[in-house]
Design a protein around this ligand. Sequence first.
Ligand SMILES: NCC(=O)N[C@@H](Cc1c[nH]cn1)C(=O)O
Ligand SMILES: [Zn+2]
Ligand SMILES: [Zn+2]
Length: 477
Amino acid sequence: MVLGNEVYDKVFRSIDVNADKFVEVLEEAVAIVSISAEPEHRDDCVKMSHWAKAKLESIGATAELVDAGIQHLHDGTQLPLPPIVFAQLGKDPKKKTLLVYGHLDVQPAKKEDGWNTDPFVLTEIDGKLFGRGSTDDKGPVIGWIHAIRTLQENGIDLPINMKFVFECMEEAGSEGLDEALHNRKDFLQDVDFTCISDNYWLGKKKPCLTYGLRGISYFFVKVECAKQDLHSGCYGGSIHEALPDLLWVLSQLTNIDGTINIEGLNEMVAPVTDDEKEIYPKIDFCIKEYQNDLGAHGLTRKTKEEILMRRWRFPSLSLHGVEGAFDGPGSKTVIPAKVTGKFSIRTVPNMTPEKVDEVVVAHLNKLWATRGSPNRFEVIPQHAGRVWLSDPNHPNFQAGAKAMKRVFDVEPDLTREGGSIPVTLSFQELTGKNVMLLPIGACDDMAHSQNEKINRRNYIEGTKVLAAYLLELGEFQ
Ligand SMILES: NCC(=O)N[C@@H](Cc1c[nH]cn1)C(=O)O
Ligand SMILES: [Zn+2]
Ligand SMILES: [Zn+2]
């Protein structure tokens, strides 16, 4: 059934009228400190799953909390994983079924990291809603709930059945999720399309739809030189220190231009095809503005095409930190006894987590053998997420594009993204159906960083896009 413009206008007006209420709900969610990487916040993650279940029930969905099993931390402790929210709204056999995935956990954040406001108090300044999780991914998750509520309040029948999977461990590698989905294959059986709103526009003004993500393989590198930390005056010069050993290894993994120096890794990368080369010049992206927005002192490549390819279709290696090394203010004179370097590799077709682990461990051990240090050295692969590519010509993407055109009066760009959402490929494989990423946040939202925000405009217009997408999807019955 083709709906008239007046239906969409009514929905959009209603979302505008309720905008302040929608911001209040986001404020409630941001206040729950659901940091999945910090065990002391595990109860908050559980609370967040319960919160989302109640919200889904409030729109009439049947929701359950599915046990995700036990997490085994690298220090030997075991911790129950937060439950995953599975929910269903509508079971009409004449309608198609859309699966929506989102995550309720957030990256760590402390005011003293350099935030201008308390990260867990949603604060509006000049139309920007600052708070951890505002854009990644609490804002978009809540957007779905408000989009559906608005259709219901305006007496508009949902033209599709909906299923939801909301997890609380995405930022820590989605532990437990793949297993829970495999155990509940029946839940995914009748899914016709999947949509995920958990990424960002390429710029600040023009919307996009996303058909590719890089994967991620995370590693710890441990070096141990003594049984406890040592006074550098008493012992310095007499022992082989762990931190220089570690830094020596880590500093050799990348070149100044960002390419990776790990034997066997670049050989796995799928060659760039001629068809692919044609895509990049058409994309709306300005590298000057990109560099300015980041306040970056330089970029690894000179052209827009090369920079987009570095972000989307070539691997990158990032060093994240060193556990055990002194990092406080002031000048402590200690030799750390045990240090653990942390790095990750963003992976691309045709890299697989198994092969990446194999070449990384082999390369680092070989490098270490040339160091000549008596210290203990160990490379420990951590979580991994697989690369994902989808078909952007599918009706799912057409419905997304129509929805964006209705709200922003522009055809969205088709993009890939450098980040990772580990479960995306699993949904594509388990349902055998199309998966689309439909971002609502802007490129400068600073997810994972200090002062994460979502613009009020993106949050509210994004809710309209989600509502319009549900209606447009109904046209493909
Ligand atoms: N919005 C998606 C996102 O931020 N994904 C994370 C996933 C991840 C994997 N390991 C830790 N986090 C990302 O960093 O890309
Ligand atoms: Zn996210
Ligand atoms: Zn994230």
